[in-house]
Design a protein around this ligand. Structure first.
Ligand code: MRU
Length: 365
């Protein structure tokens, strides 16, 4: 996507050929800052601290993290330890494990002297594949928006999304946003309601920022607003991303997604999930029972950061001193509440039959 007219991805190899560049997403939307990852520890920290976040980008960063580790020491022990370190950074998004498995399978049987160079190429390919997948999700999701636009004549199509499943969450284009960008670029009158997405506010800070930079009309809404909008016919469809989709089509995504799916069902609003294939975990079936849900620091709920009137970034405490908080990062929307999955191979039902038919090479027998 473009930042101030310049084409940019969220992750790249720096011109020194030894380090990886990222956009430090903890600084957005008020400051655009890039950072350089030089070591495995840098990559692990970037994922853990959410300088990079979003399932596909976590996967791509982990892949480059393996390369950075192998540059220093290409032994089997180092490879194993690097993967264990990276895997421990965030437990829910399955793209992380998928990317690490890909890296291990690629370099495992190579002589040590070749491993780093091949790892670099595979990490680059994982990033390129992510971009191609998202473009395909955009193509397959476009007709969903076109159909509504045709029915509504010249009225705007209102899409509600949760968290940030935009280009900042991927290498480029985003998953949930790919159909939106594709529709907007085609001239369709698409408008996005972006849930603010407490506690970290990825919708308010990241989705709003990237839609604004691309010129897509959007409105940030408090997390509790979606149900009201749906009752009043103000949402035409919901498109969200996913951190993990099970073999039976249950969808794990940012906390609060489930509530939107319930509201969508109650109001007959189509609820679609944009799903790149590395997000599908064919090893688990019941998402509520089987997916580990990340719990993060209490600080994220207790405090909020923002820009003061004189332009400083400050963090303030919202709740009384000493109050207990719970900070579950994700929830699971059962397949029965999902209208369809927008994948790189087309829009399919959220069911084991449809998933294994679309991705037979990944499905378990
Ligand atoms: O905690 P985050 O910001 O990494 O959570 C991101 C999400 O929940 C996204 O919806 C998901 O990763 C899909 S990104 C294309």
């Amino acid at each position: 996507m473009k930042i101030d007219g310049k084409d940019m991805r969220t992750i790249w190899v720096e011109s020194d050929g030894k380090s990886v560049g990222i956009i430090d997403q903890t600084q957005l939307p008020h400051r655009f800052v890039t950072a350089r990852l030089k070591t495995l520890a840098d990559a692990a920290r970037a994922i853990q601290s959410m300088q990079v976040r979003g399932a596909p980008l976590i996967g791509a960063t982990a892949a480059y993290g393996v390369w950075l580790a192998l540059r220093e020491d290409a032994s089997d022990e180092r490879l194993e330890r690097a993967c264990a370190t990276l895997l421990a950074t965030r437990p829910t998004a399955i793209n992380l494990k998928w990317a690490l498995d890909e890296m291990v399978a690629t370099v495992r049987n190579l002589p040590r002297g070749e491993r780093a160079a091949v790892a670099l190429r595979r990490a680059g390919a994982i990033s390129d594949e992510d971009v191609a997948i998202n473009l395909a999700i955009g193509r397959h999701g476009l007709p969903l928006i076109e159909e509504i636009a045709a029915k509504k004549k010249s009225e705007r199509v209102n899409v509600l999304t949760h968290c940030n499943a935009g280009w900042l969450a991927t290498v480029d284009w985003g998953t949930a946003t790919a159909p939106i960008y594709t529709a907007h670029d085609k001239g369709l009158p698409v408008h996005v309601f972006a849930d603010e997405t407490r506690p970290r506010n990825q919708g308010a800070s990241l989705t709003a920022w990237e839609l604004g930079h691309h010129g897509v009309p959007h409105t940030v809404i408090p997390d509790n607003t979606g149900g009201h909008l749906m009752q009043h016919g103000l949402v035409d469809l919901v498109i969200v991303g996913a951190d993990r989709v099970t073999a039976q089509g249950d969808v794990c995504n940012k906390i609060g997604t489930y509530l939107k799916a319930l509201a969508a069902r109650d109001n007959q609003v189509p609820f679609f999930v944009a799903v790149p294939s590395p997000t599908i975990d064919f090893t688990v079936s019941d998402g509520v029972k089987d997916i580990p849900i990340e719990q993060r620091a209490a600080q994220e709920v207790a405090c909020i950061s923002g820009k003061t009137a004189d332009g400083r970034i400050e963090t303030v405490q919202l709740i009384p001193d000493g109050t207990d908080v719970a900070n579950y990062g994700f929830d699971v929307t059962p397949a029965r509440l999902v209208t369809g999955l927008i994948t790189e191979r087309g829009v399919i039902a959220a069911s084991s039959e449809a998933l294994s038919a679309a991705f037979p090479e990944r499905a378990r027998v």
